[in-house]
Design a protein around this ligand. Sequence first.
Ligand SMILES: Nc1ncnc2c1ncn2[C@@H]1O[C@H](COP(=O)(O)OP(=O)(O)O)[C@@H](O)[C@H]1O
Ligand SMILES: O=P(O)(O)OC[C@H]1O[C@](O)(COP(=O)(O)O)[C@@H](O)[C@@H]1O
Length: 304
Amino acid sequence: MIYTVTFNPSIDYIVNVDNFMTGVVNRTSKEIIFPGGKGINVSMVLKNLGEESTALGFMAGFTGDAITRLLQEKGVTADFIHVTEGLSRINVKLRAQTETEINGQGPKIASEDIRKLYGKLDALQDGDTLVLAGSIPDTMPESMYMDIMEHLQNKKLNIVVDATRDLLMNVLAYHPFLIKPNNHELGEIFHTVINDKDDVVTYAKRMQEKGARNVLVSMAGDGAVLVTEDGQEFRAEAPKGKLVNSVGAGDSMVAGFIYGYLNGGSYADAFRYGVCTGSASAFSEELATKKEVIALMDANQKLF
Ligand SMILES: Nc1ncnc2c1ncn2[C@@H]1O[C@H](COP(=O)(O)OP(=O)(O)O)[C@@H](O)[C@H]1O
Ligand SMILES: O=P(O)(O)OC[C@H]1O[C@](O)(COP(=O)(O)O)[C@@H](O)[C@@H]1O
């Protein structure tokens, strides 16, 4: 089974504003609402690819109810813990001359709620995949994902972590199966600017030295790099296409990687599916469908 955990789900409010200006009233030319948050996006894309998963995490308030309902409509199995203080986030994605994101803080999660999550995680069995993805409300310790990995360390799980800074760095000692920073996040960790794929490989290997098993680094329109625990190295340019909505492209890549790994059985398959699923989401308004992913893979065989 695949489980995703989203500590901080969101409603993604994506607005287009032509000629956006600060300090005045702007009007939208288009607006869309999607359920979001990294683990939730992974679950939704897995569903599109035909792979079942259970989305775990925390919901609060009317926004939490709306996210739960939207997921139900999409047929995603979810088992969220409802918390009482605060609201699930509304994350604003402003598409104007440039793209700007404003991501909220999220509700208060009490220690009793964390105990409930551990209760659900105790049902995981050897061979399961667990995705810990996204930020956590800022009232929570940066050791949160590490604590979960420590709690589960006696089970043989493939744990995927998509997080930034200390939340990510703290888990490395517990040998996550996969981490997926983007090139900017990877550079930030080492206080450097990453310029090209050679740099990406260098710093991805440093993440392996710190404990990560496989490191997938996404580079938006510049493609991706994967270094694996068995010493393989994969590089790919991104498929070419018209960028429509990049929100969720990284999460789609994680879903594609898991799907490719579980169904193809090799890191080469995982990488190919990861890149094409990320790009298929970037090229469409909504998250990638299986048809879009397959079409992109067929058209881009030379990239891999
Ligand atoms: N403009 C784009 N053109 C083609 N592919 C893209 C584009 N943006 C994202 N992708 C695909 O999605 C993957 C993840 O995107 P990225 O923006 O790096 O993730 P994140 O949202 O986590 O920063 C990329 O590696 C690439 O395969
Ligand atoms: O938990 P964080 O880091 O604030 O990110 C949450 C946001 O990231 C997303 O999951 C999209 O992530 P990606 O574009 O990196 O795939 C949105 O749905 C959500 O608003």
